[in-house]
Design a protein around this ligand. Structure first.
Ligand code: MIC
Ligand code: SF4
Length: 643
């Protein structure tokens, strides 16, 4: 029986477990990446492990999230990360060099390799045939130290592409269509593997747009084959030696199949406040808009921005609209300047931002009150833009650019011919903003530069015999990590300071939570389905840990967040009978007796609701390693105890 591409890469990297679906497997990790907002914690954790030099083939530390330096905090964190990188064998991509995923794709990613990154959009690397996954910072720290990365052996979904995209329809519309069909929880436990004739017509940046936003499906990752198009891209990046041809065996067996005829797709938009709330642009109609933002790791390639420039050529941004544009990398920025397109964008009235995440993570450019903002980004969760009632729609660069000119939601197909643009044979290559690490001989002399914002991270205690706690918060379905630990310009600078950032925990849902949790001492949180979807930020576990949260009881969890909870010794419990969710109220007092013994022996977990006088069953499926971590109070304690 043939193998899927996913299985081939897993087979070549498996170091623990068997390739049996649904069981835990450990993978050797070839490459890692971090970004600054999760990086400081990851490197503090790496330091705590006492490893001198990373053991991966390539580890890169990027600065791209916290680039708005409105105080000393972010700049200090950048210096800290730069110094740790230099000392421990990590390449350092300086602020200004671009968004981690875009730069990694251009300069470092290699087909067939494994990559984990402390950012949920790491699957961007799937665009060149990498098995690239988002992970918690601690998992990345362990991988840098040579440890395996553990996942559940995924199911593999064949996404069979046929036909060819019509003019004005692009890769963003493909992934929006997948989200429309499968929803934000449709990818949990699965890898989305793209195959079929239609793959050939998609360039590497287009493939990367699709794998990037596969994160919004909750998928483990997404992947494209490595073929002639990949070779062409790597050649243009001066890296043809990194090419290997890779694809699934012709008789590969998939767990599910989705068929998409590219020629049938039309421009789509994800409406507020979820990436799967998808409608056609035509259906939405000529709604007046206030803002357009083009960029982010989903749509900031040279191809995307060249297209945008050609659409905006000779036009002016509508008087009622603000248009902001950020290139994904210095390479893209430089080439737009060289090709004259930057001048076209400036001429049209675009507000050019630095090459970084920027508005995607609420770092500036928040829309006006109730403002309607069209963005080429990947997430439109409530409050993420920095404006609580901002109405964010996720669209393609084509729809964004046209609408910026008309001032209303516009289906680009209604405005005439798509202007032609050409892609270069060779990209402009200059890695001068990537600092190599010090040599092993010089490394001991590198001083680590720690600013006053960097506080130690909380480490849990071993699991107690009995958990007795009030439900300090009850929330609904699809709670995102942007709800649990919001980002944005005011809160992101506190990413290295858990005591300070925890004051904002759950601010989007209930501003009184941190105070109430601290007063209660210990807490249990109750949630609905897909709890913790979105970002990989470990802070969504570290801040609750600091506030005394012992367990989360919900209907289901998102993958990375569940792992972050286990890594930090917070119990991830799921209702056996979902109806019990309705019987619990905020403020109820819950008792989980003998939990250590139950975890050790795979027993039945019964929660007693002392306030309401009833008991209900929950489950916590853990591998042997997961059990060890839970009992020890997290991965760091577990690693120390088990060597
Ligand atoms: C995001 O898009 O939400 C982020 C910011 O890139 C996060 C990481 C973070 O919270 O630092 C992610 O996607 O993992
Ligand atoms: Fe940055 Fe936005 Fe991409 Fe996250 S989704 S890595 S914030 S550009």
């Amino acid at each position: 029986m043939g193998l899927t591409l996913t299985e081939k890469i897993i087979k070549a990297h498996i170091v623990d477990g068997e390739m049996t679906k649904g069981t835990e497997i450990g993978l050797r990790i070839d490459q890692t990446l971090t970004q600054d907002a999760t990086g400081t914690m990851a490197y503090l954790q790496f330091e705590a492990m006492g490893v001198d030099r990373v053991k991966t083939e390539r580890s890169v530390a990027y600065i791209d999230h916290n680039t708005l330096q409105s105080g000393f905090e972010n700049a200090d964190d950048h210096r800290f990360i730069g110094s740790v990188a230099k000392k421990h064998g990590i390449w350092f991509s300086r602020p200004g060099n671009g968004i981690c995923h875009q730069v990694h794709l251009e300069r470092f990613g290699k087909p067939g390799k494994t990559l984990i990154g402390s950012d949920s959009h790491t699957p961007t690397g799937g665009g060149i045939g990498m098995l690239a996954m988002g992970a918690g910072g601690l998992d990345v720290a362990v991988a840098m130290g040579g440890g395996a990365y553990y996942i559940t052996m995924p199911k593999v979904v064949k996404i069979n592409l046929t036909g060819k995209l019509n003019d004005w329809v692009s890769a963003k519309d493909v992934i929006l269509e997948v989200l429309r069909r499968l929803t934000v929880k449709g990818g949990v436990g699965k890898v989305m593997e793209y195959t079929g004739e239609g793959v050939k017509s998609l360039s590497v940046p287009e493939r990367a747009t699709i794998t990037n936003m596969g994160a919004e499906l909750g998928a483990t990752t997404s992947i494209f084959p490595s073929d002639e198009t990949t070779l062409k891209f790597l050649k243009a990046q001066g890296r043809e030696e990194d090419y290997v041809e890779l694809s699934a065996d012709p008789d590969a067996v998939y767990d599910e199949e989705v068929n998409i005829d590219l020629s049938e797709l039309v421009p789509l938009a994800a409406c507020p406040h979820s990436p799967d709330n998808v409608k056609t642009v035509g259906e939405i109609g000529a709604v007046k808009i206030d803002q357009v933002c083009i960029g982010s790791c989903t749509n900031s390639s040279l191809q995307d921005l060249r297209k945008v420039a050609h659409i905006l050529k000779g036009k002016t941004v509508h008087p009622d609209v603000s248009l902001a544009i950020a290139c994904g990398s210095k390479q893209v920025f430089n080439m737009l300047a060289d090709g004259g397109e930057l001048s076209i964008l400036i001429d049209a009235g675009a507000r050019i931002l630095e090459s970084a995440c920027g508005p995607c993570i609420g770092m500036g450019q928040s829309p006006n009150s109730k403002g309607i903002s069209l963005r080429t980004f990947n997430r439109n969760f409530e409050g993420r833009s920095g404006t609580k009632d901002g109405q964010i729609y996720l669209v393609s660069p084509e729809t964004a650019a046209i609408s910026a000119v008309t001032g209303v939601f516009t289906d680009p197909r209604t405005v005439g011919e798509m202007p032609p643009y050409v892609m270069p044979e060779k990209f402009l290559i200059n890695d001068n903003m990537v600092t190599p690490p010090a040599s092993p001989e010089d490394a001991p002399n590198v001083e680590i530069l720690r600013g006053p914002n960097i506080k130690p991270f909380p480490v849990n205690k071993p699991l107690a015999e009995t958990i007795e706690s009030g439900v300090t918060l009850k929330v609904g379905d699809n709670i995102t990590t942007d709800h649990i630990m919001p980002a944005g310009a005011k809160i992101l600078p506190l990413r290295s300071n858990i005591p300070a950032i925890s004051e904002h925990c759950f601010a989007v849902c209930d501003e009184t939570f941190p105070k109430r949790a601290k007063e209660a001492g210990t807490s249990i949180i109750v949630g609905g389905v897909n709890y913790g979807q979105g970002s990989s930020r470990e802070h969504a576990a570290l801040a609750p840990l600091y506030l005394g949260v012992k367990a989360i009881i919900c209907k289901s969890f998102a993958r990375i967040h569940r792992q972050n909870l286990i890594n930090n010794g917070i119990l991830p419990l799921e209702f056996v009978n979902e109806g019990d969710y309705d019987k619990i109220e905020q403020g109820d007092s819950l008792v989980i007796a003998d939990i250590r013994k139950i975890i050790e022996t795979d027993g039945k977990i019964v929660v007693e609701n002392r306030t309401k006088g009833f008991s209900f069953e929950v489950k916590c499926e853990l591998s042997e390693r997961g059990k060890g971590m839970m009992l020890a109070g997290g991965l760091l304690n577990y690693t120390k105890a088990n060597g």
